[in-house]
Design a protein around this ligand. Structure first.
Ligand code: ATP
Ligand code: MG
Length: 491
């Protein structure tokens, strides 16, 4: 996208209504605009991120064997009367009357609706298990909407529901979602730790909240440090196999939110391995047995014709909350630092001389080459001072930045010594060399080798022309995780 033609209304001033970094940065980067308290419009940049997060959530739900449906936002009150929740839910529920004076509501969650669907179409034990999910807007009239999209009134949630014949089946469905959640958050570059959560009258241990550690989190959390370093993406997962050992591995170390905290158990952990922090709840999985299926009569015929009330669980992910959560976990003073997997654009091409035909031509070539490879780029061709562009690009936080100016075009191809000479001037050999190599050659082969912009001691130097420091830090992380060649362009 060419920024001069796009719509990314960034702002310099810090909005005073925003108390936490993610809210400030989302407003400043032009990602969202408040409509009313806790209700937001999603502008192009914000929407791109929201869609990326949604796509990862969807892929991982599908991978785990869940099937996507789409239930309405508006539900009839009768369904909620059947479960008894219409009265219980209180003021958080937005109640509406239609023109025929029928009671309706804007769904805060969908247990009743999905139970109705299943009871209408599933009659035999042979049709179970089933795992259904949707990604839909919810409305909860929160007492205190705050922190931007983190605690909104209207928010996007992925909610899945499992239907099983017995407890063993329900536990397997629970485990599938448990593992799918670990993968989902890890793919977004987050360290989300499953923590024991309250099971209420259901009892047992099948309720976990997935918590991202962040100073601005609403809950105090306590866990074993070992949980932070565990890596699910390194495992091969077979969702049809028994997943209990993986779940055990993640649940055997202590982890609990404030509500469930057991001080004595926590203090048994050696002091150096204890972690007391704050966290953001990004997901919640919950087994609740026949809480809805019983009053709503979701029953199937068993092998002997007997009636079996189905066992259920529900599994939520705060899709829109994640946008804020990821920013809380990954930003610096200058702006957002997007993990590659959810970045609105992978690369920003910063055109430092938009009125110079050669410079603009190079930017366009680079843009086209990236597009041909399916890499989304943002071409900042606005007629602005370089400083203003740098500030905006830092704020928007694409993982990679390429700055193009006249001097860069003067570097002859393949002349490493020339790059070194320039590198000497700018004080960072690696960074300049990487940029120089890109010119006129295949920019893609440059982008990959650019993963390291390091000094000889492994520390990061300041950059001048190439990648900047914080992007390079992410790059180092990415390089560690990937097998990608780092120096092919120089070869
Ligand atoms: P919380 O304790 O934060 O109020 P909850 O327990 O009410 O959340 P669930 O009903 O478990 O939330 O909803 C599933 C997920 O939806 C939560 O884990 C959270 O990520 C997200 N979520 C819940 N309420 C909100 C909200 N007001 N704004 C944004 N996301 C929310
Ligand atoms: Mg919860």
């Amino acid at each position: 996208m060419r920024l001069s033609q796009g719509f990314i209304p960034t702002i310099k001033e810090t909005p005073n209504e925003a108390q936490i970094a993610s809210h400030r940065l989302m407003l400043r980067a032009g990602m969202i605009r408040q409509s009313s308290a806790g209700i937001y419009c999603w502008l192009p940049l914000g929407l791109r991120v929201l869609k990326k997060i949604e796509a990862i959530v969807r892929e991982e739900q599908d991978r785990a064997g869940a099937q996507e449906i789409l239930m309405p936002t508006i539900q009839p009150a009768e369904l909620w009367r059947e479960s008894g929740r219409y009265e219980d839910y209180g003021k958080e529920m937005l109640r509406i009357r239609d023109r025929h004076d029928r009671e309706m509501l804007y769904g805060p969650t969908n247990e009743e609706q999905v139970t109705e669907i299943v009871r209408a179409s599933i009659k035999s034990y042979r049709d179970l298990p089933k795992l259904l999910y949707h990604i839909q807007w919810k409305f909860r009239d929160e007492v205190r909407p705050r922190f931007g999209v983190m605690r909104g009134r209207e928010f996007l949630m992925k909610d899945a529901y499992s239907f099983d014949l017995d407890f063993a089946g329900a536990r397997h469905s629970y485990n599938k979602m448990f593992v799918a959640y670990l993968r989902t958050f890890a793919r977004m570059g987050l360290k989300a730790i499953p923590m024991r959560a309250d099971t209420g009258p259901i009892g047992g241990d099948l309720s976990h909240e997935f918590i991202v550690l962040a100073d601005t989190g609403e809950s105090a959390v306590f866990c074993h440090k070992g949980l932070v370093d565990k890596d699910i993406l390194a495992r091969k997962i077979d969702y049809d196999a028994n997943l209990q050992s993986i779940v055990n591995e993640w649940t055997s170390l202590y982890a609990a939110t404030d509500e469930m905290h057991d001080k004595a158990a926590f203090e048994k952990i050696p002091e150096g391995e204890r972690l007391a922090a704050r966290g953001i709840e990004v997901g919640h999985i919950f087994y609740f047995g026949t809480k809805y299926s019983e009053p709503m009569k979701a029953v199937v015929a068993g092998p002997g014709g007997e009636q079996i009330t189905v066992e259920m669980g529900s599994y939520g992910i705060g899709v829109s909350r994640l946008v804020g959560g990821i920013i809380e976990a990954s930003h610096d003073e200058a702006g957002i630092v997007w993990p590659e997997s959810v970045a609105p654009f992978k690369v920003a091409i910063v055109n430092l001389k938009p009125d110079d035909g050669a410079v603009s031509g190079t930017c366009q070539k680079l843009y086209d080459a990236l597009a041909a490879k399916g890499i989304e780029a943002l071409h900042d061709d606005r007629d602005l001072r370089p400083g203003a562009k740098f500030a905006d690009m830092d704020l928007i936080g694409t993982p990679w930045q390429v700055k193009v100016w006249q001097a860069l075009l003067a570097i002859p191809q393949g002349k490493v010594s020339t790059y070194r000479a320039i590198a000497g001037r700018v004080g960072n050999d690696n960074a300049s060399r990487a940029v120089g190599t890109a010119v006129g050659r295949n920019p893609i082969s440059w982008l990959i080798p650019c993963h390291r912009v390091l000094g000889s001691d492994g520390s990061l130097h300041g950059y001048h022309w190439g990648l900047e420091r914080k992007r390079a830090m992410l790059a180092v992380e990415a390089a560690r995780q990937s097998e990608r060649p780092r120096t092919s362009a120089m070869a």
